[in-house]
Design a protein around this ligand. Structure first.
Ligand code: HEM
Length: 138
């Protein structure tokens, strides 16, 4: 696949993921729990192929080492922390955790998402395309 096509697919996947998350948050704020949960399912469904595209993009470029290190650490932390709002959301739905607790946990997750996207943009801004494998002499 051409690098420009891959970058466009990645950007589209990322945009869809962010839109699904924003819609899920707006529906939660309007007290529409079923719509909120459907939005979160759409968010996860869009996130998974976007992560695959991100991996493929990462394999085609070299990045500034600090930008890469900081972004990857945040990306792993955010992925691991996703379990917290999921678990507190399910527990809130079952009446075992307060809305306030689920909201506060979700806010920490949203800060991590913002930092991950921000450092990802920073990392991408430092990209240098790798030469095609097997193209050079010897
Ligand atoms: C990444 C995952 C999630 C995030 C970021 C998230 C975020 C939020 C936020 C911020 C609120 C409060 C909205 C406000 O007061 O303005 C909320 C409410 C709620 N969330 Fe989640 N949530 C997530 C996952 C889930 C899951 C998996 C469930 C249940 C299966 C769930 C169920 C609920 C319910 C029932 C409410 C209350 C809605 C109402 O007031 O009627 N959430 N969520």
């Amino acid at each position: 696949m051409a690098t420009s096509t891959l970058l466009a697919l990645f950007a589209a996947g990322l945009a869809l993921t962010v839109v699904a998350l924003v819609v899920a948050l707006v529906l939660a704020h309007k007290h529409r729990p079923r719509g909120h949960i459907a939005g979160i399912v759409a968010f996860i469904a869009a996130l998974l192929p976007t992560l695959v595209a991100a991996e493929l993009v990462g394999a085609r470029f070299d990045f500034a080492p600090e930008a890469r290190r900081i972004h990857l650490a945040l990306a792993w932390a955010t992925a691991a922390f996703l379990l917290a709002p999921m678990a507190s959301g399910v527990q809130h739905w079952r009446g075992r955790v307060s809305r306030g607790a689920h909201k506060r946990i979700s806010q920490v997750f949203l800060v991590l998402v913002a930092l991950t996207v921000g450092t990802g943009v920073w990392m991408l801004s430092t990209r240098i395309e790798r030469p095609a494998a097997g193209g050079g002499p010897g």
